[in-house]
Write a protein that binds this ligand. Structure first.
Ligand code: E4P
Length: 216
């Protein structure tokens, strides 16, 4: 399973990239707004740290404008993926970007039907938002199970990027289902590494080692 960081915070990206387990980064307009930087500046900065896919989202519902923005993003670095919304214009944009060799990530996806359309359009990635489904008392993980099954039935090449992850359990369940990628906030990555028994075990080993380390 590939791990992407779902943040535009450069310090966090540098920190977790140094762990050697960050395969890519997803951003969205809200994450960029949180950082108060220009999209171009931040995407270029991220591209200096992470070699894997970096998603940069178009901010228009108009096809021509989506194409213009996406082509611009794709010139910023060769690992930029253009994030397009799940709309008819978004699907059209995916087809055109495909022909131009520009990688895509179909975002704000909430149903298996939408994921099927994204695959048919030839999206490189599809981003089902599981946390937001859970937030409204729906079952985000059931959606991932449906998409995994559908894509396997037809051998679609579109990769399933599980988005809107809220906690480590989401990551584990998505991995059990065979989802290709999980994009997670830094806090979730931090939670994944820790376990109280690990902390207690290390502490005890260090304490016991102190008792014998000087012995010949
Ligand atoms: C990632 O591509 C999405 O933009 C992100 O995971 C959405 O997460 P949120 O529901 O926590 O905003």
């Amino acid at each position: 399973m590939q791990f992407f960081l779902d943040t535009a915070n450069l310090e966090d990206i540098k920190k977790y990239a140094s762990w050697g387990i960050v395969d890519g980064v997803t951003t969205n307009p809200s994450l960029i707004a949180k950082e108060g930087v220009s999209l171009e500046k931040r995407i270029k900065e991220i591209a200096k740290v992470v070699r894997g896919p970096i998603s940069s989202e178009v901010v228009s519902n108009d096809l021509e404008e989506m194409l213009k923005q996406g082509r611009t993003y794709a010139r910023w670095a060769n690992n930029v993926y253009v994030k397009v919304p799940m709309t008819p214009a978004g699907l059209q944009a995916v087809k055109i970007f495909n022909k131009e060799g520009i990688k895509t990530n179909v975002t704000v996806t909430f149903s298996a039907g939408q994921a099927l359309l994204a695959a048919k359009a030839g999206a490189t990635l599809v981003s089902p938002f599981i946390g937001r489904l859970d937030d409204i008392s729906e079952d985000g993980m059931a959606l991932i199970a449906d998409i995994v099954k559908i894509y396997r039935n037809y051998d679609y090449k579109t990769k399933i990027l599980v988005a809107s992850i809220r906690h480590p359990r989401h990551v584990i369940e998505a991995a059990k289902l065979g989802a290709d990628i999980g994009t997670m906030p830094p806090a979730v990555l931090e939670q994944l590494v820790h376990h109280p028994l690990t902390d207690a075990g290390i502490k005890k080993f260090l304490e016991d080692w102190e008792k014998v380390k000087g012995l010949q």
